[in-house]
Design a protein around this ligand. Structure first.
Ligand SMILES: C[S@@+](CC[C@H](N)C(=O)[O-])C[C@H]1O[C@@H](n2cnc3c(N)ncnc32)[C@H](O)[C@@H]1O
Length: 229
C-alpha cells in the first residue's frame, strides 16, 4: 500500500521497520550534513536559555541529545508515536521519553519553554493540529524550532535536486533499508510540505508570532523559529 501522511499507521509502520538502520542511513544519505543542521538548530536555541524542552517526533533522539549536551541543566523530553524509534533514543541515552502522537500531546498547557521537531512535522496528518498542540504546551513567550526538508528555490538547483530526490535517492536508500517505498514517500512528502513564507504563515496561523525561515544547504533543508503568542 502506498504510504501517505494521512495514514499514520503506515507512517508508524515504516519507521518501525527502519528504526534499527535509521541513523546510519541518515548520516550516509545526508553525507553527514545532518550533524551540521542540528548544530545550527542548537546554536539558534542557545540564546533562549531553555529550561524545559520538548522534542516532538524525536525518533532516535539526535536533536534532543544535541540540545541536552549544549544545555546540560535543561530538562529534555522526547516524544514519538513509534516505539521502536523510542527504543533507539533510549539506547542513545535520552532519559525522558514519552510515546505520544504529535497531534495529541499528553502534556498540560504551558509546560515547556522550547518545543522542537526535526524531520517530523512533515509526516503528520495535520500540520495545523500538530503546530497548535506545540503552541498549547508552550509557555507564552516560549519558542518553537522546526527543522525539515524543503525544495531549493534556485532555478538550476531545483530540477537537479528533484531528479535526485525522485530517481536516485529511493534506489540507494532501497538497497540500504529494503524499504524503497519509504524513500519514494520521502520525496512526495517533501514536495507537499510548505517552505519559506508559506511555512512561516502557517506557523503564525497556529498560535505563534515572529516566524523566521533559515534555508540551509542550498535550500534543501530549512529551520523555522517562532515565538508563542
Ligand atoms: C524522519 S524521523 C525524524 C526523527 C528525528 N527527529 C531526527 O531528526 O532524526 C520522523 C519521526 O517522526 C515520528 N512521527 C511521525 N508522525 C508522528 C506523529 N503523528 N506523532 C509522533 N511522532 C511522529 C516517526 O515515528 C519518526 O520517528
Amino acid at each position: 500500500m502506498e504510504i501517505h501522511k494521512e495514514n499514520p499507521e503506515l507512517v508508524r509502520g515504516l519507521f518501525s521497520d527502519i528504526a534499527g538502520r535509521y541513523q546510519v542511513v541518515n548520516h550516509l544519505l545526508s553525507g553527514g550534513l545532518d550533524f551540521y543542521w542540528r548544530a545550527i538548530a542548537v546554536r539558534l536555541i542557545r540564546p533562549w536559555h531553555p529550561t524545559a524542552v520538548l522534542d516532538v517526533a524525536t525518533g532516535s533522539g539526535d536533536l534532543a541529545m544535541a540540545i541536552g549536551k549544549a544545555n546540560p541543566k535543561a530538562r529534555i523530553v522526547g516524544a514519538d508515536f513509534c516505539r521502536p524509534m523510542l527504543e533507539v533514543a533510549r539506547k542513545n541515552g535520552l532519559p525522558e521519553l514519552v510515546e505520544a502522537d504529535g497531534m495529541n500531546l499528553p502534556f498540560a498547557d504551558a509546560n515547556f519553554d522550547v518545543v522542537t521537531a526535526a524531520f517530523g512535522l512533515r509526516n503528520m496528518a495535520s500540520w495545523e493540529k500538530a503546530l497548535s498542540e506545540m503552541a498549547r504546551v508552550l509557555k507564552p513567550g516560549g519558542h518553537l524550532l522546526i527543522l525539515d526538508f524543503s525544495l531549493p528555490t534556485l532555478p538550476v538547483i531545483r530540477p537537479l535536486y528533484r531528479f535526485y530526490l525522485h530517481h536516485i535517492l529511493p534506489h540507494i536508500a532501497g538497497i540500504l533499508t529494503n524499504r524503497k517505498d519509504a524513500y519514494e514517500y520521502l520525496g512526495v512528502s517533501i514536495e507537499q510540505f510548505p517552505s519559506g513564507i508559506k511555512m512561516t504563515s502557517l506557523i503564525e496561523s497556529c498560535g505563534f508570532k515572529g516566524a523566521k525561515a533559515y534555508p540551509l544547504t542550498l535550500g534543501t533543508v530549512s529551520i523555522y523559529t517562532a515565538e508563542r503568542s
